[in-house]
Design a protein. Structure first.
Length: 362
């Protein structure tokens, strides 16, 4: 009998990029320091000093919020779950690129970009897709995470053993838009049939300072595009609003979600209005869904006599969301088949290059 040489298939890497979260009360200050010293997120005078001071001043408040919603590390937990589910999905549905190694990388907490790049090198990955889990592109989130990844690549893989490609955003992908619409319809179905078509639907997005938008950030326009496309899919008679939450100062994008809730109460009368909220900027539970919506907005709705206030469930471990990520990944590889030269670019540059294409989703 002849000798057979087993040829191992090259592994395809996927790195899910997210904002991260404090692992514990002890880690809260370090997490906030990392956030407020990030110049992509915000620009402050003497940032290394002032950013640390702000983090120190709000650490206790942040800890109290997390304790109210049952603890810490929500983003890290759910991103890890999503990474494992996506690996299983891709190994089954994308055998041509299997086996897949799917890791998650958090911008302001662990696992850090440094740790992830070192792990990819240990696993001998030679091709990897950076996959930001921010549906809408923004300098403050997407580009910040990609630049952070670039820095780690420069440090640990300066010879370019790993070739990279980047998914810039997926806010207009048909599968993602349909999932949002399905989530809205599912939540509407929980209301009595005779009230269903009158329920107010609020799309609540995380706000940003206006000066960031004025400098050309795409985030606000991508949110607005999201809303237009989802409304077309829904085709329902319900009142639909776009509002913005979690403002941290003056001159941020408005209207505020809390003001829209008040306005609905005034228009329909105390005890008459129903509201559902869909948090448009997030793909898993975090302090802004669990506290800003479930506590602050829900308490305000009760105070102003909203009859029923519901939040659409976060995607978390929803298999349909994992399927969306799988579709986005596979469609991205099809795009690369026609634009293969992006494989040599570091993530931040590849994202900028992809933005210039006329692709359907990027």
């Amino acid at each position: 009998m002849g000798n057979y040489i087993e040829v191992k298939r090259p592994k395809t890497g996927v790195v899910l990029l997210n904002i991260g979260s404090s692992k514990s009360e002890f880690h809260s200050h370090n997490y906030l320091t990392n956030m407020f010293t990030d110049k992509d997120l915000m620009k402050l005078p003497c940032q290394s000093i002032l950013g640390r001071f702000i983090a120190f001043m709000i650490t206790k408040k942040s800890i109290r919020k997390h304790k109210l919603v049952g603890g810490f590390s929500h983003v890290n937990y759910w991103t890890n779950v999503q990474a494992e589910m996506l690996r299983e999905y891709l190994d089954y549905h994308s055998p041509d690129t299997a086996p897949h190694i799917v890791l998650h990388c958090q911008r302001y907490s662990e696992p850090t970009a440094d740790e992830v790049i070192q792990e990819l090198l240990k696993l001998e990955i030679n091709f990897c897709v950076a996959f930001p889990l921010y549906p809408q592109y923004s300098v403050t989130t997407t580009l910040s995470s990609l630049r952070n990844l670039d820095k780690a690549i420069d440090t640990y893989d300066s010879k370019g053993k790993i070739k990279w490609s980047v998914i810039q955003s997926f806010n207009s992908h048909p599968a993602y838009l349909k999932l949002i619409a399905d989530s809205i319809l599912k939540t509407l179905s929980e209301f009595p049939e005779d009230e269903r078509c009158k329920v107010n639907v609020i799309f609540s997005a995380h706000s940003l300072p206006l000066d960031i938008i004025e400098r050309g950030d795409l985030y606000k326009s991508e949110i607005e595009k999201n809303l237009r496309k989802v409304k077309n899919i829904l085709n329902i008679p319900n009142p639909i609003y776009l509002s913005w939450q979690s403002q941290e100062g003056r001159n941020w994008i408005e209207p505020k979600t809390i003001d829209v809730i008040k306005s609905i109460s005034f228009m329909e009368g105390y005890g008459n209005a129903n509201i559902i909220v869909f948090p448009l900027s997030f793909v898993s539970d975090n302090i802004e869904t669990l506290y800003d919506v479930d506590v602050i907005q829900a308490d305000l709705a009760k105070k102003y006599g909203i009859k029923c206030f519901k939040r659409c469930e976060s995607f978390n471990d929803n298999p349909q969301f994992i399927e969306v990520l799988g579709h986005v990944f596979r469609d991205h590889l099809k795009l690369l088949h026609h634009h293969f030269f992006f494989l040599a670019l570091p993530p931040a540059l590849a994202a900028a290059a992809l933005a210039a294409l006329s692709g359907a989703y990027y």
